[in-house]
Design a binder for this molecule. Structure first.
Ligand SMILES: Cc1cc2nc3c(=O)[nH]c(=O)nc-3n(C[C@H](O)[C@H](O)[C@H](O)COP(=O)(O)O)c2cc1C
Length: 186
């Protein structure tokens, strides 16, 4: 049975779009920008994948897209989030998911994190100011720590300037999940 997939992405500085395009090269899917998303369009597809960024601890645009999905007749919702953090596992990431998704959503929605980076050059002015402030707070708190970990030092180095840690390997868990679901459908 065919699983028609639409991948809707919300991208401000290009990382999520880049991941969306990497995924679209590997699977048969329609790419769509967040701005054009509607429940009518979603209803034409069996699966909706939503890709977006982490934004001050939140999943940017999630509420709107989830509501549109719930109004649609599409059957499956999959989520991926890109961010500045290099960690693909651990307590911080677990806390991020549980702050944003209910227990029911955590169980029901396959969710994936993809390390991306920061691009100060393409950030909006409010985002740039927010990020500079967050970087200063983070740097101060790291400075105060008596035992700095390797990770603290890496964050300290990275956060004030642009960097790109996106990599094709980070889309693999999502692709494996989709392959498995397709195999289950046929
Ligand atoms: C104001 C602001 C807040 C951010 N907050 C987080 C965050 O809480 N966690 C994280 O990992 N990355 C955070 N980031 C980094 C973005 O999630 C990251 O750069 C993302 O890949 C951007 O995606 P885009 O290029 O598709 O917009 C933040 C970036 C900005 C500008």
């Amino acid at each position: 049975m065919e699983n028609k997939i639409i991948l809707i992405y919300k991208s401000s500085t290009g990382f999520t779009k880049k991941y969306a395009e990497m995924i679209a090269k590997e699977i048969d899917c329609t790419l769509a920008d967040y701005k054009t998303a509607s429940s009518e369009t979603m209803s034409d597809y069996d699966t909706v994948i939503f890709g977006t960024r982490a934004h001050a601890g939140r999943i940017d645009g999630y509420k709107k897209i989830r509501e549109l999905f719930q109004k649609s007749t599409s059957g499956k919702f999959v989520l991926f989030v890109t961010g500045a953090s290099p960690d693909t596992a651990g307590d911080t990431l677990e806390a991020f998911w549980s702050q944003n998704l209910s227990a029911e959503e955590l169980a029901e929605i396959p969710h994936f994190y993809m390390p991306a980076g920061l691009c100060y050059e393409k950030m909006s002015l409010p985002d740039k100011l927010m990020m500079k402030m967050a970087a200063a707070v983070m740097k101060r708190s790291i400075k105060k720590k008596p035992d700095k970990t390797e990770q603290d030092l890496a964050v300290e180095r990275m956060i004030s300037s642009s960097y790109d840690i996106s990599d094709k390997t980070y889309i693999k868990p999502l692709l494996s999940f989709l392959k498995k679901t397709n195999a289950d459908c046929s």
